[in-house]
Design a protein around this ligand. Structure first.
Ligand code: NAD
Length: 448
């Protein structure tokens, strides 16, 4: 597999006109084809999921990049010290070169186009590799992108594992991967061979703690939306509930039969259907549990009193099963979270602000939303990503993060896909100031 794009030498002094054009054209793709994407049922998402959860976010990212690009790309003046007092010192963001973007299937547009917007804004070329599991979206992306963007600078490569592995053998300047932690390790290993930096947007189990001190009816409604939207196939869906046994019985989710609802999706494929079914084995659901293999339908399902060491609590569920694990109080919930992998997201439902802040301070996660779920994802001003394992956690020491490394959204994507070049410009004058640093040192000592 060869790409002319890999030979591109990307430089940016001023933001060229073509970059604005490309960003506007990316916006056109999203605006003009938003309806089409939903109509062709690119994968069994509900009809409102694609516009609500994917297209609006991508469009916002493009608008923001167009509005702020001059500011983001401008040299940033920094502090000087006594040795550099008369120099010009600044940080100049520069393009990295060619970025490889590998996407997952669950939000096939957001996980490819959002990094692409940042890659373009930062002045990079990019190879886009969408997931083979969301096959129709991949084909549509491959058909659409070259109609708007330079096909040599932004090629789309479709295919599965072997095509991705072939791509990974090539040398890129950055790899931006979204998908499972298992494949994340494969990507990082391949990147290490070329010392290529990576951004890994991975998954894992995002806990959701419900304190007895909160409006449980509202909490349940918000959690229900976040857990079962896109049929639970969302990286930051609340994976499981932690709450005191006394409120387990008060937790209620879902009412009417969602099977007939156009708002409720299906599982991506048979393999994932069987995987989720096997996670349910041995439990009697307190809510839901109905399935239909012919449609890959699994009802929103709640399982109570789930043992902490069960298989359901070991791997990311990524489906419409919501286990409830009993904890004795908030401290116990904090302990529970800290004994496990650093999660991508943490959710806390609690009316006591002081207690909420304590839980935030004593845990870590890629992001946290209090009294709702997933909302931190919607803000471009907040960095979105996992915990890269370098976070200095003072009180407890959870296991190193499997939720990813690096972050994106808004300016964070621009920064992630730029090199921050340190620039110092000095004149050839005032040489007497420098004499003290030149050898021979003994001559100077003798002079003293
Ligand atoms: P997937 O199977 O579609 O794989 C993702 C990409 O990796 C695809 O392009 C695929 O071709 C490639 N791939 C798969 N196996 C490979 C291998 N052995 N070698 C090289 N490339 C390979 O998606 P997935 O991994 O099932 O995605 C679901 C996971 O992604 C979940 O864990 C979810 O939490 C996570 N996710 C994270 C985010 C985020 O923003 N953090 C967003 C969406 C999904």
């Amino acid at each position: 597999m060869g790409f002319s794009v890999l030979n591109v030498n990307v430089h940016r002094v001023h933001i060229p006109q073509w970059m604005w054009t490309i960003l506007c054209q990316t916006q056109d793709i999203v605006l003009n084809y938003g309806c089409l994407m939903c109509d062709v049922h690119v994968f069994p998402q509900s009809q409102y999921d694609t516009p609500l959860l994917e297209l609006i976010g991508i469009e916002n990212e493009i608008s923001l990049a167009i509005e702020k690009l001059t500011q983001w790309a401008a040299p940033r003046q920094v502090d000087r010290n006594i040795l550099t007092v008369s120099d010009e010192v600044y940080v100049q963001p520069e393009p990295l070169g060619v970025v490889l973007i590998i996407g997952a299937w669950n939000y096939p547009w957001a996980v490819t186009l959002q990094p692409l917007v940042g890659a373009i804004a930062a002045g990079n070329a990019a190879v886009v590799k969408p997931s083979e599991l969301s096959e129709y979206s991949s084909l549509l992306l491959r058909a659409l992108l070259p109609r708007y963007l330079d096909k040599d600078l932004y090629p789309v490569v479709t295919g599965g594992v072997s095509e991705t592995q072939e791509l990974l053998r090539l040398r890129f300047d950055h790899i931006f991967y979204t998908g499972s932690s298992t494949v994340g390790k494969v990507v990082m290993e391949a990147a290490a061979r070329h010392l290529t930096p990576v951004t890994l947007e991975l998954g894992g189990k995002s806990p959701c703690y419900i304190d007895k001190n909160c409006d449980i009816r509202i909490a349940c409604r918000r959690i229900t939306w976040g857990k079962f939207v896109n049929c639970g196939q969302t990286c930051i869906a609340p994976d499981y509930i932690l709450c005191e046994p006394c409120i387990q019985g008060r937790v209620e989710f879902y009412g009417a039969d969602p099977k007939c609802s156009p708002d409720y999706g299906r599982i991506i494929n048979q393999r994932h259907f069987s995987r989720i079914m096997s996670l349910m084995e041995g439990y009697t659901p307190v809510i839901g549990g109905q399935t239909d293999a012919s449609q890959r339908y699994i009802a929103p399902t709640v399982l109570k009193d789930v043992p902490p060491h069960s298989r359901l609590m070991q791997e990311e569920i990524f489906g419409p099963l919501l286990p409830i694990v009993a904890v004795s109080d908030m401290d116990d919930a904090i302990r529970f979270v800290n004994e496990r992998e650093k999660p991508l997201a943490l959710y806390i439902f609690c009316s006591d602000k002081k207690a909420t802040k304590k839980m935030i301070e004593e845990t870590t996660s890629g992001g946290v939303t209090v009294n709702d779920v997933m909302m931190h994802y919607t803000l471009s001003s907040l960095p979105f990503g996992g915990v890269d394992g370098t976070t200095d956690i003072q009180i407890h020491a959870p296991l190193p993060g499997q939720s990813g490394m690096g972050c994106y959204h808004g300016k964070h994507t621009f920064d992630q896909l730029s090199h921050q070049r340190a620039c110092l410009i000095r004149s050839l004058g005032m040489e007497s100031v420098n004499l003290s640093r030149y050898p021979p040192q003994d001559r100077r000592r003798a002079r003293r």
